[in-house]
Design a protein around this ligand. Sequence first.
Ligand code: OOG
Ligand code: MG
Length: 258
Amino acid sequence: MNIEELAARLDEAVRDATAIAQLSDERPLTLDEAYAVQRAGIALRVGRGDPVVGVKLGFTSEAKARQMGVSDVIIGQLTAGTEVTDGASVDLATMVHPRVEPEVAFRLGVELSPENDDPLSTVAEVAPALEIIDSRYRDFRFSLEDVVADNTSAARYVLGEWLPFAQHRGRVSDAEVTLAFDGEPREHGSTSAILGDALLAVAAAQRMAARYGLPLPAGSVILAGAATAAVAMEPGVLVEATVEGLGGVSVRSGGGDG
Ligand code: OOG
Ligand code: MG
């Protein structure tokens, strides 16, 4: 199977919400090939009119790396069609085995080029965020290359209210994070779990995007990576993340008609 065929197989798994075997079971992939599969899969979506609006980092926290047994930081891409409005409902039947995790999002005011030696100067806004991840692989198990090819399990994301970065920057590095289901806390953490300081996610995104040929134009969203382990979604629940000093963001899980 070539890169395009592997990308098409994953793309079909997303659209059918059906798990598949890990690609590496059949054909070992290098990390560069895995990113090529990711890019080919995103090209299919762009071709269907779903543009790229940003990037997401994965495994930036110890909690996530430990949960998945994979430790290198990875980058995936966000498309417009995968955004869910804050407070809206998401249909679990459109995914394989979705999990949710609390994050922080940045929005660029100007392009972040690979040469910029002050990446934080390009950030205009910051917001609390939720990411719904959904591995297209059976049992939510994968190698580093498999998860990169699968666009780092990206499925949906929800952004809270954007706040001016200049005024809120001091709150981002080490803020308490809570993930709750119907008001019951499920995970607790701190944004300091993200690379030791969540602000470092911007430079990490710049480095990874440059390495794998992803542009970061003005307006791009950067998801910093989860501050805690991910929790399996359950039907009929109000999922809420709160980030101290930045506020909250929520999504409702619908069981089939949501
Ligand atoms: C890969 C995605 C990891 C994060 O925030 O660390 C990620 C996965 O765990 O399936 O999005
Ligand atoms: Mg994530």
